[in-house]
Ligand binder design. Sequence first.
Ligand SMILES: Nc1nc2c(ncn2[C@@H]2O[C@H](COP(=O)(O)OP(=O)(O)O)[C@@H](O)[C@H]2O)c(=O)[nH]1
Ligand SMILES: [Mg+2]
Length: 432
Amino acid sequence: MTNNDTIFALSSGRGKSGVAVIRISGDNLKEFAKKIIGHPPVPRHAYFANLMDDTGEIIDQCVVIYFAAPYSFTGTDIIEIQSHGAPAVILKIFQFLRTQHMRIATPGEFSRRAFYNGKMDLSDVDGLVALLDAQTDKQRVAALKSMMGGDSDIYTDWRMQMLKISAYAAAMTDYNSDDLPGNIDETIYEHIKTLYTAISAALGKYNASRAITCGINITIVGETNVGKSSLFNRIVGSARAIVSDIPGTTRDVVSATMDIGGYMVNISDTAGIRDATDTIERIGIERTNDEINNADIVIHVINPNDKYAKIKPDEILVINKSDTTDVHKINGAIYTSAKNGDGIPELMSAITERINKITGNGESVLMINARTYDLVKTAADELKNALERSNGDYDILSEHVRYAADAIGKILGIIGTDEVLDMTFSQLCLGK
Ligand SMILES: Nc1nc2c(ncn2[C@@H]2O[C@H](COP(=O)(O)OP(=O)(O)O)[C@@H](O)[C@H]2O)c(=O)[nH]1
Ligand SMILES: [Mg+2]
């Protein structure tokens, strides 16, 4: 596979649609554009064309746009063919393109070209991957910011500062200390400290970033028959979980994904906690415990007049069946009736409030993912090493700061191995 092959793919979604977009990337596509529209193309102009194969048979009526390098998504020449979105049309166009010395692109190959041609760095590609996966508005906003270089700007700034400090410290060893300004040590150390604080703060927001991109995990727990499944159905808005007055009805974890205030939420209904009578229910209860460990928010449901000592920090205490009897008040608890809907809006507000606390309202968080987390962490650790382990030896200090800069360089793909590139691009679909 070379970067010069002419490649094509369906860039719009699969299945029947009004319009399909087929993208071609390669060197010198002007001739081909001329051939299909019948005259030399002006870049970025939309041309209506009867797209014909080499036998003169019309394949479809299309709109064709030619983008001249380097002003395209990939930095190469690009032709976009907008055809009707019928599978038969797309197939026929693909067959035609294959006869024109073109091959189908591998997943992410267009983005890989954009990366190699300096149109995007790896952090931007991470943003693109996340944007194509975005299901909620907050996911869209965070991913778009990252894709448009918001995160790259921060990383690039950190890296430039590190490289400067590292070079400066390395040069210090060549000077007699009398020739250097008196407070030079302090200046260097202060600078590293400031950077370390900024990077640590970003790491501290990883949980917020993860909650936005992967969803916030909410688990409903409590004893059997308190109305967990009924509440789950109320929250999700459909009868997903089986409700019954037979204790132990819910044995497995029932999950749903939903959008609450623009955030993606993974909510699960669990088996009630009690001394299980059979093996399957016992497994269900074990799974409940796993869910609790993974949960960002636990909704703990109890019966009216159940005794309850203290609400835990990540917990929302819900007293259900408020329609049945007068309930005694517990400070901070929410009162609901899954039966008639009382208190459900209050419960939703309490959930939203917790979500906003976890995500910090989603405001300017670096979109850290599993790949970048380790690298940001390495950068922070190396700055710490520079501060604590160099003991005034500027060569050692310079080296540690340099390692930190390398870690950030890997996030951007400036320093990269093929495996990292393969992993990042393979997450993209065909046509991207
Ligand atoms: N009166 C009343 N009954 C409820 C309420 N919520 C649930 N139930 C009933 O309590 C029983 C157990 O409900 P379920 O949702 O299966 O509880 P779970 O075992 O905690 O999942 C069912 O008969 C429900 O109809 C409520 O708010 N009020
Ligand atoms: Mg249940």
